[in-house]
Design a binder for this molecule. Structure first.
Ligand code: FAD
Length: 482
C-alpha cells in the first residue's frame, strides 16, 4: 500500500531535530510527513514504562532528566539548606513513586503538545518504523500492523542516536543500566557506580546522589567533561566532591560480575597496574552515544557514513544522494537537542529554496547540576592552542550580591576575549541558573560583541547576570566589586 499523495518533505524520526524540521517545513508551505517508530511523538517512557520497553527516546530523556534534577534538588535543598534560611521541616522523606509520577505528568504534557502542533500545522504523522527504499520512498512497518510506502520529493533522516555500551559490559537495564534505566529506577540504590564522567553521567549521578545514593564516578580520562574549560572543570569537580560524589579518574573497568546480589566491578589504573574491586547496587554505563543509522536502509540507496556511523552531509545538510538530507545526532557535531533543532530548521529552509544557517561555534552547552555549568565558544585551552593572543576576565560568585543573598554563591564567570580586538571568544559560567544566563553570552558571540560592549550594557540589580557584566569589565578594564 502507498499512503496518500507524494509529500514535499518526508522526515524520518520525530525527535527534536525531526519534529522541528517537520513543523518548519509545513510553515514554509511544504506538504510534510513525519514518520516515528514509537507511536507517540514523545513519552514512550510514560506510555509503556521505560524499564520493560527500554524504548525511552533521546527526545523524551531531556525533560525527564530535567524533572528529576529539579525534584531531587528540591529535596536536597530542603534537607541541607532550609534550616539555614530559617525554614524548619521535620519528617522529610523521599516518595520516589510520587516523584516519578510528577516527572511522567510533566513529560506527558510536553510531548502531547507536539502532537497538537503537528495537527495545527497539518503535518501528516505516520506511526511506524521507516526504512529508505529509494531516494524518494520510505517503506514503513506500521505500529498498528501492516506496512505502507511514504513517497517524498525530499527525505530528511532524523533518526538520532542510541546508547553506547562498553566492550565486555552488557546493559540489562536492571543492575547495569543506561541513562534510560537510570531515569526509571524503582528504588534509590545504596551504591551507584557511574562509568563515564560526561554531562549525562554527572547529571544522573547528581540526581541519585541528592536522593541518598553513594555515587562513585569511574572515568578513563584524566578529567571530567573533557570539553569544559580547565579552570571551570577543576572547580566543578571540587563542588561535586563537596556534594559527596566520588571520582576515580584515569581508571578503567576491566571486569563486571553480576552473579551476586549487586554488581562487583574490577577496576585498574588506565595505564595498567594493581586491580581493585568496587561494589555497587546499580551501575550506570554513560560512555557516550552512537548515531542510530544502521538498519534504516542507508545501504539500499547508498548514503555515505563515516567510521562512527554518522551520516556525511554538505553545508545544505544533503547527503551524497540527491534529495536525501540528514540532521541532528545522526550527523557529525555536538549531540544536543538544540543543535538538532537548528539543523532541522536550516535544512528545510534550504529545501524550500531559501538560505539556512547554523553557527556551530555558538552552540551553548549546559550541565544541569547544581550549580549549573554553561559555556559557549572557545575555552582558554583552545585559544592558547590556536596561538591567539587573549585576555581573561573572571568574577567569583562570592562577590555577587544576589548569589550571596540567596546563599548560593559557589562558582564563577570566566570570559576569554581577543587581546587586540577585545572580541569575546568564549564564556564559561558555573552558577545557579547558568543555563539561562549563558544566552546573553551566546547573543554576544553571535553579534561579535567585545567584552566592553557587554560591560557597558546596563544589567538589573541584584541579579546573578551582573557577574557576567563584571567578568567582562574585568576582561577589558577592572571589575567594580572585586
Ligand atoms: P532523537 O531525539 O534520538 O530522535 C530520533 C527519533 O527518531 C526517535 O524518536 C526515534 O524513535 C526515531 N527513529 C529512529 N529510527 C527510526 C526509524 N527507522 N523509523 C521511525 N522512527 C525512527 N540534549 C540537550 O540539548 N540538553 C540536554 O539536557 C540533554 N540531556 C540528555 C539526557 C539524556 C539522558 C540523553 C540520553 C540525551 C540528552 N540530550 C540532551 C541529547 C538529546 O536528547 C539529543 O541530542 C537529541 O534528542 C537529538 O535529537 P534528534 O532529533 O537528532 O534525535
Amino acid at each position: 500500500a502507498t499512503s496518500g499523495e507524494e509529500s514535499d518533505v518526508v522526515v524520518l524520526g520525530g525527535g527534536p531535530g525531526g519534529y522541528v524540521a517537520a513543523i518548519k517545513a509545513a510553515q514554509l508551505g511544504l506538504k510534510t510527513t513525519c514518520i516515528e517508530k514509537r507511536g507517540t511523538l514523545g513519552g514512550t517512557c510514560l506510555n509503556v514504562g521505560c524499564i520493560p520497553s527500554k524504548l525511552l527516546r533521546c527526545a523524551d530523556a531531556v525533560p525527564v532528566v530535567q524533572a528529576l534534577l529539579h525534584s531531587s534538588h528540591m529535596y536536597h535543598e530542603a534537607k541541607t539548606s532550609f534550616a539555614h534560611h530559617g525554614v524548619k521541616i521535620s519528617n522529610l522523606e523521599v516518595d520516589l513513586p510520587a516523584m516519578m509520577a510528577q516527572k511522567d505528568k510533566a513529560v506527558a504534557g510536553l510531548t502531547k503538545g507536539i502532537e497538537g502542533l503537528f495537527k495545527k500545522n497539518k503535518v501528516t504523522y505516520v506511526k511506524g518504523f521507516g526504512k529508505l527504499a529509494s531516494p524518494s520512498e520510505v517503506s514503513v512497518d506500521l505500529i498498528d500492523g501492516g506496512s505502507t510506502v511514504v513517497k517524498g520529493k525530499n527525505i530528511i533522516i532524523a533518526t538520532g542516536s542510541d546508547v553506547k555500551s562498553l566492550p565486555g559490559i552488557t546493559i540489562d537495564e536492571k543492575k547495569i543500566v543506561s541513562s534510560t534505566g537510570a531515569l526509571c529506577l524503582s528504588e534509590i540504590p545504596k551504591k551507584l557506580v557511574v562509568i563515564g564522567a560526561g554531562y549525562i553521567g554527572l547529571e544522573m549521578g547528581s540526581v541519585w546522589n541528592r536522593l541518598g545514593s553513594e555515587v562513585t564516578v569511574v572515568e578513563f580520562a584524566p578529567d571530567i567533561v573533557p570539553s569544559m574549560d580547565g579552570e571551570i572543570r577543576k572547580q566543578f569537580q571540587r563542588m561535586l566532591e563537596k556534594q559527596k560524589m566520588k571520582f576515580m579518574l584515569k581508571t578503567k573497568v576491566v571486569g563486571v560480575d553480576t552473579s551476586g546480589d549487586g554488581v562487583k566491578l574490577t577496576v585498574e589504573p588506565a595505564a595498567g597496574g594493581e586491580q581493585s574491586t568496587l561494589e555497587a547496587d546499580i551501575v550506570l554505563v554513560s560512555a557516550g552515544r552512537t548515531p542510530y543509522t544502521s538498519g534504516i536502509g542507508l545501504e539500499t540507496i547508498g548514503v555515505e557514513t563515516d567510521k562512527a556511523g554518522r551520516i556525511l552531509v554538505d553545508k545544505r545538510f544533503m547527503t551524497n544522494v540527491n534529495g536525501v538530507f540528514a540532521i541532528g545526532d545522526a550527523i557529525p557535531g555536538p549531540m544536543l537537542a538544540h543543535k538538532a533543532e537548528e539543523d532541522g530548521v536550516a535544512c528545510v529552509e534550504f529545501i524550500a529554496g531559501k538560505e539556512g544557517h547554523v553557527d556551530y561555534d555558538t552552540v551553548p552547552g549546559v550541565v544541569y547540576t547544581h550549580p549549573e555549568v554553561a559555556s559557549v565558544g572557545k575555552t582558554e585551552e583552545q585559544v592558547k592552542a590556536e596561538g591567539i593572543a587573549y585576555r581573561v576576565g573572571k568574577f567569583p560568585l562570592l562577590a555577587n550580591s544576589r548569589a550571596k543573598a540567596i546563599d548560593d554563591a559557589e562558582g564563577l564567570v570566566k570570559v576569554v576575549a581577543d587581546k587586540e580586538t577585545d572580541k569575546i571568544l568564549g564564556v564559561h559560567i558555573m552558577a545557579p541558573n547558568a543555563g539561562e544566563i549563558i544566552h546573553e553570552a551566546v547573543l554576544a558571540l553571535q553579534y561579535g560583541a567585545s567584552s566592553e560592549d557587554v560591560a557597558r550594557t546596563c544589567h538589573a540589580h541584584p541579579t546573578v547576570s551582573e557577574a557576567l557584566k563584571e567578568a567582562c569589565l574585568q576582561t577589558f578594564s577592572k571589575a567594580i566589586h572585586i
